[in-house]
Write a new protein. Structure first.
Length: 327
């Protein structure tokens, strides 16, 4: 058979030093450490002067075009003085390096290590306000972004219909749960029919704004990272995604409110957008659920038990109640 096929491989740090990091002007590299496995593989790179993050996509997760769009957008935001971890260019001027892994092509992008650290526990009210303001600046700036490569839009078909196809098999043994999810998706679509796909309501979204994707310094200077899920969508969907993660993590109401207050200091949302937050938050939950299933099925199938499915279904049911923001 030759080399046995794989669906995922852990790339050798030394090979990354030789074959990828050598394409950047970094000088001598002291250490390359496999740091974290998430939806991408993260390596910590240390030199005598600076630290960097090397982010290597998973073969099954995103396409070359998706990667190119994300990195072009981050480079654009950096040029607009938005505090993001910007992709560094190779000596040849490329934003990423293609790695021919056993399972297929993967894409490696290098970033400076974001100063500060992830907030421990809740975001503070000040930090949440700053994060909301920064997201508002992203949406305002993104209206000037001219992308050169296509990227899947964060529309109803992708976020709901495609997610339904992923989740459906795990509910097929329980007709009651399956009917609930189907009705929930229909209700969400109905409630969002009035939202238009036009500027400024429709812009490039971060896709995953939450406290785990930012670093704050001690004086609350912020740096944003992890734009894996970015794409054109309703700007208010980013607010809903923040709410979905925050509600799941038990972030305090005052902290959640300060995020929205901060955002509206930069971008004033319409009444229709604000009234759409609940169905958009439900949609964000369904999308995250489907992403989790796809990733878990490859890396840790044993987690996809009844408890996993029931927990996500229960969370969706809570988000569908009138008291959805009290949980």
């Amino acid at each position: 058979m030759g080399v046995f096929p794989a669906i995922y491989s852990t790339l050798s740090p030394q090979a990354l030093i030789d074959g990828v990091l050598s394409r950047y002007e970094l000088g001598a590299i002291d250490r390359c450490l496999f740091w974290n496995r998430g939806l991408s593989d993260i390596y910590l790179i240390e030199t005598s002067e600076k630290s960097y993050i090397l982010k290597v996509s998973h073969h099954h997760w995103r396409s070359k075009s998706d990667i190119q769009f994300e990195l072009e957008f981050l480079d654009f935001l950096y040029q607009q003085d938005i505090p993001v971890a910007n992709p560094l260019k190779t000596t040849a001027g490329e934003l990423f390096v293609t790695v021919g892994a056993v399972e297929g092509d993967r894409y490696a992008a290098l970033f400076p290590y974001a100063p500060g650290e992830v907030p421990q526990g809740d975001l503070s009210i000040d930090q949440s306000t700053i994060m909301g303001q920064t997201l508002g600046r992203i949406h305002a700036s993104s209206l000037k972004f001219q992308n050169t490569t296509p990227r899947q839009a964060l529309n109803l078909e992708y976020l709901l219909d495609d997610s339904w196809e992923v989740i459906n098999p795990y509910l097929s043994h329980n007709s009651e749960d399956l009917i609930f999810l189907e009705k929930a998706i229909c209700n969400i679509k109905h409630q969002l029919t009035c939202l238009e796909q036009r500027s400024p309501l429709w812009s490039v979204c971060w896709g995953d704004p939450h406290s785990g994707n930012v670093h704050f310094t001690k004086d609350n200077q912020i740096t944003l990272f992890d734009f894996d899920q970015c794409g054109y969508g309703w700007r208010v969907f980013d607010i809903a995604k923040f709410l979905q993660v925050s509600l799941s993590a038990g972030i305090k109401c005052k902290v959640r409110d300060s995020f929205l207050i901060g955002y509206q200091k930069v971008q004033k949302l319409t009444d229709l957008e604000l009234s759409s937050l609940q169905p958009l938050t439900q949609m964000a939950h369904i999308w995250a659920w489907a992403i989790g299933i796809n990733a878990t099925a490859i890396h840790n199938w044993s987690r996809l038990d009844d408890f996993y499915i029931k927990r996500h279904l229960h969370q969706l049911k809570r988000l569908s109640t009138q008291e959805w923001q009290l949980f």
